[in-house]
Design a protein around this ligand. Structure first.
Ligand code: SF4
Length: 432
């Protein structure tokens, strides 16, 4: 029996599912992490200090709980700090590109080599690792990785060092994967990437995310296509216009703003201004009135004084956004920001995180309230308790409703009756 523990982003989740399928083809039974496993794979993350500490904790835990089983550590942590990973005593280690070689690594370990280490120079990778996932154990929604790596150099971000340069999966392969996911019954697919907006620019037959979406619109695919994060400067008017009339692409955009203050954005090496972001959100909103706009914000970046934070807060308070993801700045080794002066003390970071999380709750409640007594199409994705289900609308409204398990994975229509906390509560009107 084998288990894969996944930390971090949607791309990691996709890759873990793909590795799970490969293991199953090899005859392994893939189960949730528990005692008695013959193999544990920890798919790690280093995006923040905390994610890295969690990765280390899981590696130690996997060793402690299954002392006789094989332990493989893969992904971003070995890619960034191989020596630290080796000191934790794994039987095998794979970098991000070498995730496609897990069967060979297991084979070599079984032949008596230990530890087997496959971590190459990720900067030399020219294509994404060959990994395919066609079923998702814990999700009604599927993830499809269409792009890997990033060529930008935001001064706080360690990801390009762990993931390499931007590499895209050719459109034909993506369209084939969407067909399979549709045939397997998935109703929604989230297109994931590390820097999604640069999709296609590296391919021999250069293309763009917008062109890919135009193809998807015409081909067989799950009914709903959702985009993961897009950099603000990559949300071009043509893309907004396309989404406004698309039958498939959800009216939901997730935009990393990080800061609303010019001087901080400059220090972050982010190529836009707060004013640009402000205008962009209003334009999107005008063209797609039912859009959900989520925003990532980083607080406590070196040099962020009260005035700079207030600028960010005021900008967000003023905009018709739907929710925020708020992160305290986490200094990562090997990045410019970790060496910058004017680091903000931890207490200051925590207070700012709290202020923005409170604002996020307000924004979400306001956004949901606009749909009271309106009809929403939900994809039922979670059974909260006996007879209570949770569904998700195209514009990212999470809604509870009464219903039986036969509705799991199905699309239904509800009328939104009220907003409780950060959830809508709806009444089922019909199955679609
Ligand atoms: S765009 Fe910036 S934040 Fe995003 S992965 Fe690239 S370097 Fe990191």
């Amino acid at each position: 029996m084998a288990a894969i523990v996944t930390l971090g982003c949607k791309v990691n989740q996709f890759e873990s599912e793909a590795i799970g399928e490969t293991l199953e083809e090899m005859g392994w039974k893939v189960v949730p992490f528990a005692p008695g496993l013959d193999l544990t794979i920890v798919n790690t993350c280093v995006v923040t200090t905390r994610a890295e500490a969690d990765s280390r904790r899981w590696i130690r835990r996997a060793r402690r709980v299954n002392p006789r089983g094989l332990l493989l550590v893969i992904g971003c942590y070995p890619q960034i700090d191989l020596q630290s990973v080796i000191t934790l005593g794994p039987d095998g280690v794979a970098g991000n590109q070498e995730k496609e070689s897990i069967p060979d690594i297991i084979e070599e370990i079984n032949q008596g080599k230990r530890p087997v280490i496959r971590v190459g120079d990720i900067m030399e990778a020219e294509t994404p690792p060959a990994l395919q996932a066609t079923h998702f154990r814990r999700h009604t929604r599927a993830f499809l990785k269409i792009q890997d790596g990033c060529n930008a150099r935001c001064s706080y971000c360690i990801v390009p060092l762990a993931r390499g340069r931007s590499r895209s999966i050719p459109p034909s392969q993506i369209l084939a994967s969407l067909q399979s996911l549709s045939a397997a019954g998935y109703r929604e697919v989230v297109l994931a990437g590390i820097h999604l907006g640069t999709y296609g620019l590296d391919l021999n037959h250069k293309t763009t995310l917008l062109d890919l979406l135009r193809h998807i619109e015409e081909e067989k695919s799950p009914a709903r296509i959702r985009l993961s994060s897009l950099e603000p400067q990559e949300v071009i008017p043509e893309l907004v216009h396309f989404i406004s009339s698309s039958q498939k692409v959800c009216p939901h955009l997730h935009l990393p703003l990080q800061s609303g203050a010019e001087e901080i954005l400059r220090r972050m090496n982010r190529p836009y201004t707060g004013e640009f972001f402000h205008d962009l959100v209003l334009q999107i909103y005008e063209e797609i009135p039912n859009v959900a706009i989520g925003v990532d914000v980083m607080v406590g970046f070196p040099g962020e004084d009260e005035k700079a934070f207030q600028k960010t807060y005021d900008l967000l308070e003023d905009l018709p956004i739907s929710y925020l993801h708020v992160f305290p700045f986490s200094p990562r080794p090997l990045t410019m920001a970790a060496r910058m002066n004017q680091q903000v003390e931890m207490r200051g970071r925590k207070e700012r995180v709290k202020a923005l999380r409170d604002l996020s709750r307000e924004k979400r409640r306001d956004f949901y309230s606009r749909y009271i007594n309106k009809t929403l199409s939900l994809l039922i994705e979670h059974r909260r308790e006996e007879g209570i289900l949770r569904g998700l609308s195209g514009n990212y409204i999470f809604c509870l409703l009464e219903g039986g398990d036969e509705l799991m994975g199905k699309e239904v229509e509800v009328i939104l009756k009220e907003v409780k906390g950060e959830r809508g509560v709806g009444k089922l009107t019909q199955r679609l």
